[in-house]
Ligand binder design. Structure first.
Ligand SMILES: C[S@@+](CC[C@H](N)C(=O)[O-])C[C@H]1O[C@@H](n2cnc3c(N)ncnc32)[C@H](O)[C@@H]1O
Length: 415
C-alpha cells in the first residue's frame, strides 16, 4: 500500500505519481489528489502500476462516479471497466484529454500546440445527457463468462463483472440489455441501436462468421444523408459522432487548397461517411475515391454514394492501393498532386509506410482523423520528417467518461 501525490495524467486514462523516484501509474485518481493505492504490478524497473483504494485528499473535480458499479467505493477487482474518467467532472475530463493530446504531440510529434477538447454539440446528439456524459453509446459489447453470466469486463481485466446498469449506453439499449440473464455457450452479447430503428440484442456464438450476418443491414442517418451498413460493420459509436466528424472534416479542409477535379481520397473510408462530408461541402462535381479493406463496407459505400457521379468506392488495403498509384507513371498527371486526402485509420494509425507513400504522391493537404493520440503523434512525426507540418488541430469528446479522445488534424507540405 502506498500514499501517492498524483501529478499529471498519462495516456490510457491512468495518472502519474512517484514513489521514491519511481513512476507509478495509478488508476482512478485525478492530478492534484493524494490517494492510498495498491500496487498491482511492481515487476518493472522503470515504473509500477497501482489502483486507488481510498482518496485521502480529493480534487474539487471529483464527483460521484456516473456508473456506481465502476466507483472507487468498490474493491478494484469488482469495478466495471470502460468508464475510467466517470469520477471526474466533465470540463476537467476534457481538459485532461487535451493535456494528453498536447503532451503526446510535443513528446512524440515534436509539435507544441494547445488544444481544447470540445463536447459534442447537443443539437447533434438528441437524448444524450451531455452534463453527465451518459446515454451516448449506440454500440455496446458485453462479455460472457464460463457460467454464462453476461456483463462488461472488470477494469484492467478480462473477467466479467455483473452489473445492473449501463449508463454510458443509450437508455433504450440499457433497457434491453440482458444484465440479469445468462447466455451459456455464447461468446459475447452485442447491443446495437441504429438511428432509425429500435435497439437490438445480438447474441454471438463461438465460430459465428461475419458472413452469416451479412444480409442484416441497418441504416444510419447523418443530417439528410442515409448510410446503409452491415449491422456488424464499423460505425462511429457516440450518437452524435458521425455528424460531429462530418462537420469537423468539412471545417478542417482548406478550401484554398481544394480542387474538386483532383483525385481526392477518403482512405480507410468505411461506408463512405467522410467522402460524403467532402462532397456535401464542395458540391456534386467533386471527385473522390473511398478506399476500404472490408469488401462489404466498400459495397455499401458504393451504394451510399451512388447518386454522386464523381465518387467511387474501392476495396483495397491503403498501403497496397498507394503502392499501385505510385507505380502508375501518370499518377501525378491524374491529379493526385492537387488532391485532398482524408485519412481515418484504425487505432494503430496509418503508420510510417502509408505516410511515406502518401507524401511521395504529393497531395495538396491531408485531413487526419485520429482516435489515438499516440498513433497520431507518431504519424505527425513521420510527416514532419518529410517536410510537412501540422496546420490545424481540433479535438472532440466522442467518448465521454472514458479516456478516449478524437482529433482532426490538417497537414500540408511546407512550401
Ligand atoms: C476508424 S474506421 C473509419 C471508417 C470511416 N471513415 C467512418 O468514419 O465511418 C477505420 C476503417 O479502416 C478500415 N481499415 C483498417 N485497416 C485498413 C487498411 N489497411 N486498409 C484499408 N482499410 C482499413 C476498417 O475496416 C475501418 O472501416
Amino acid at each position: 500500500m502506498l500514499d501517492l501525490d498524483v501529478e499529471r495524467i498519462a495516456h490510457g486514462g491512468v495518472a502519474v505519481a512517484r514513489h521514491e523516484g519511481r513512476v507509478v501509474f495509478v488508476a482512478d485518481a485525478i492530478p492534484g489528489e493524494r490517494v492510498r493505492a495498491r500496487v498491482t504490478d511492481a515487476g518493472r524497473d522503470r515504473f509500477w502500476r497501482a489502483e486507488t483504494l481510498e482518496v485521502l485528499d480529493a480534487s474539487p473535480d471529483r464527483r460521484p462516479h456516473v456508473w456506481p458499479e465502476a466507483s472507487v467505493d468498490r474493491a478494484p477487482e469488482h469495478r466495471a471497466g470502460g468508464a475510467e474518467f466517470g469520477h471526474v467532472r466533465m470540463p476537467r475530463q476534457r481538459a485532461l484529454k487535451g493535456d494528453v493530446l498536447r503532451d503526446t504531440l510535443a513528446r512524440m510529434g515534436g509539435v507544441e500546440r494547445d488544444v481544447v477538447v470540445e463536447p459534442v454539440d447537443a443539437a447533434l446528439a438528441p437524448g444524450v445527457d451531455a452534463e453527465a456524459g451518459t446515454g451516448w453509446r449506440t454500440r455496446v459489447r458485453l462479455h460472457v463468462d464460463d457460467d454464462g453470466s453476461v456483463g462488461p469486463y472488470a477494469a484492467r481485466s478480462h473477467r466479467v463483472v455483473p452489473v445492473r446498469s449501463l449508463p454510458l449506453a443509450l437508455a433504450e439499449l440499457e433497457a434491453i440489455a440482458p444484465l440479469a440473464g445468462t447466455a451459456v455457450g455464447a461468446s459475447a452479447v452485442d447491443l446495437v441501436a441504429p438511428s432509425d430503428a429500435p435497439g437490438e440484442v445480438v447474441v454471438r456464438m463461438p465460430g459465428d462468421r461475419r458472413d452469416d450476418a451479412a444480409t442484416r443491414t441497418i441504416v444510419e442517418r447523418v443530417g439528410e444523408r442515409r448510410f446503409t451498413l452491415d449491422r456488424d460493420g464499423f460505425w462511429q459509436v457516440h450518437r452524435g459522432a458521425a455528424a460531429t466528424l462530418t462537420r469537423a472534416v468539412q471545417e478542417a479542409i482548406d478550401p484554398a487548397r481544394f480542387d474538386p477535379a483532383a483525385d481526392n481520397q477518403d482512405l480507410y473510408g468505411g461506408v463512405g461517411l467522410l467522402a460524403a462530408a467532402v462532397g456535401d461541402r464542395f458540391g456534386a462535381g467533386t471527385r473522390i475515391t473511398t478506399v476500404e479493406a472490408d469488401a462489404r463496407a466498400t459495397e455499401h459505400a458504393g451504394a451510399n454514394l451512388a447518386d454522386w457521379i464523381g465518387a467511387r468506392a474501392l476495396t483495397d488495403r491503403v498501403d497496397r492501393y498507394l503502392d499501385r498509384l505510385a507505380a502508375e507513371a501518370d499518377a501525378a498527371a491524374r491529379g493526385f498532386a492537387g488532391a485532398t486526402v482524408v485519412l481515418d485509420p484504425p487505432r494503430s494509425g496509418a503508420g510510417r509506410a502509408v505516410v511515406e507513400r502518401l507524401v511521395a504522391l504529393g497531395p495538396a493537404q491531408v485531413v487526419y482523423v485520429a482516435c489515438d493520440p499516440v498513433a497520431l503523434a507518431r504519424d505527425v512525426a513521420t510527416f514532419r520528417e518529410h517536410g510537412w507540418e501540422l496546420e490545424s488541430l481540433a479535438a472532440f469528446d466522442l467518448f465521454p467518461n472514458t479516456h478516449h479522445v478524437e482529433a482532426v488534424a490538417r497537414l500540408a507540405a511546407i512550401v
